[in-house]
Design a protein around this ligand. Sequence first.
Ligand SMILES: Nc1ncnc2c1ncn2[C@@H]1O[C@H](COP(=O)(O)OP(=O)(O)OP(=O)(O)O)[C@@H](O)[C@H]1O
Ligand SMILES: [Mg+2]
Length: 351
Amino acid sequence: MNKTSEKTDTVMARTPEINSAGARPGCGEKLLEINNLTVAFNKNGRRGVVLDDISIKIPRGKIIGLVGESGCGKTVLGSSIIGLLPERGSEISSGEINFYKSAGERENLLNLNYHGMKKYRGSKISMIFQEPMSSLNPVYTIGSQIDETIKNKNRDLSGAEIAGRSIEMLSKVGMPDPARVYSMYPHQLSGGMRQRVVIAIALANNPDLIIADEPTTALDITVSEQILFLLYTIRDNFNSSIILITHDLSVVANVCDEIYVMYRGSIVECGGSREVFSSPKNPYTIGLMEALPEFGAHKRPLHVIKGNVPSIFTKIEGCKFKDRCARASQICECAPPVKFSSDTHYYRCHF
Ligand SMILES: Nc1ncnc2c1ncn2[C@@H]1O[C@H](COP(=O)(O)OP(=O)(O)OP(=O)(O)O)[C@@H](O)[C@H]1O
Ligand SMILES: [Mg+2]
C-alpha cells in the first residue's frame, strides 16, 4: 500500500487511531510563534479576557489541531493571527505573533498596520471560515471570486492566465469538472463543493499557513472525510502548515500531527497527537476523549462534561475548569502550574 492510500484509509475509517506522523510540538522549522497573547473584549462597560496568555508554536509543513468546546476562543485565536479581530471592542493587551519569513527573519504581525497585514493575508496566511456560504459572494461566479484573489497578488498576469490558474486550483482541490464550475454561482453547488471552492480560494496564492476553522462542520460525513483528506494533500504537496480548528477530537486524532487543547481562553494541554491521545493528562482533555463514541466503545454510557464553558465576562479565580471537574479540590482555587510529561507534552493542572 502506498503512503497516500494508507492515509486515505486512516481518514476514511474514522477510528480514533492515533496519527503516526509522530511530530513533536514546536519541532522542525518554525513558521509562526505566538508568545503570551492576551486578548479581551469590552462590552457594556465590562471587560472579558477571551485569550489568556496563549503561547503556541507552529512548525512548517504540519497540521496542528486546536480543540475545545464552543466558546473556548478558537475562532478568536485564528482571527487574531490573520488580523481580523473586530475593530470595535477588541483589545490585544499583550503578546506577540511572530511570523518567520526564513529561519533568521521574523516579523511581529501585531506591529503591522492595515496595509502591512494585507500583504500577509491570502499570500502568506489565509483562513477558511466556519461557514463556507458566508465566505462566498452569492452574486459573483466561483471563477471571478478565485480570480480576484489571484489578481490581488499577481498584477502582471493576463486575464486568461488568471482564469487558467483558477481552474487549476479548482482541479487541485478535487473539484469535478472544474472548467464548468468556474462559471457557476455558489447556490448551484453542494455544501462539499462550496467548501472546496473556499479551500481553493485559501490556497490560490500558495500560503505558508492556512487556518481552517471547522472546515467540515456543515458537511455530511463522507464529504467531510474527503475534505480532511484534502488537508493531508495540501500539507504534503504545498508544504503548508495548517491550523485545524475543531471541537471534534476524533478529527484531530486522525489528521493532526500536534494538538493544542483550549479551555476558556487558555491552552490546557499540548503535545504530539500520539502522546496526547495515548496519555492525556488534563481532566478536560480526558473528558473530551471520554465523550467520543469511538473511545467509549465498550458499551458504557458516553461521558458528558457537565455544565458549559463560562462566559468570558464571568470572573474565575484559579483553575477555570474547576467547577466542571470531578477531581477539583481546594488547591484548584490557585492557578494551576504548567507540568511537563515529556519534552514536548505539557498540561496545566494541579494533579
Ligand atoms: N465580538 C465579540 N464581542 C464580545 N465577545 C465575543 C466576540 N466574539 C467572540 N466573543 C466571545 O468570545 C468567546 C470565544 O468565542 P469564539 O468564537 O472564539 O469561540 P469558539 O471556540 O470559536 O467557539 P465555536 O466552537 O462555537 O466556534 C465566546 O464567549 C464569545 O461569546
Ligand atoms: Mg469558532
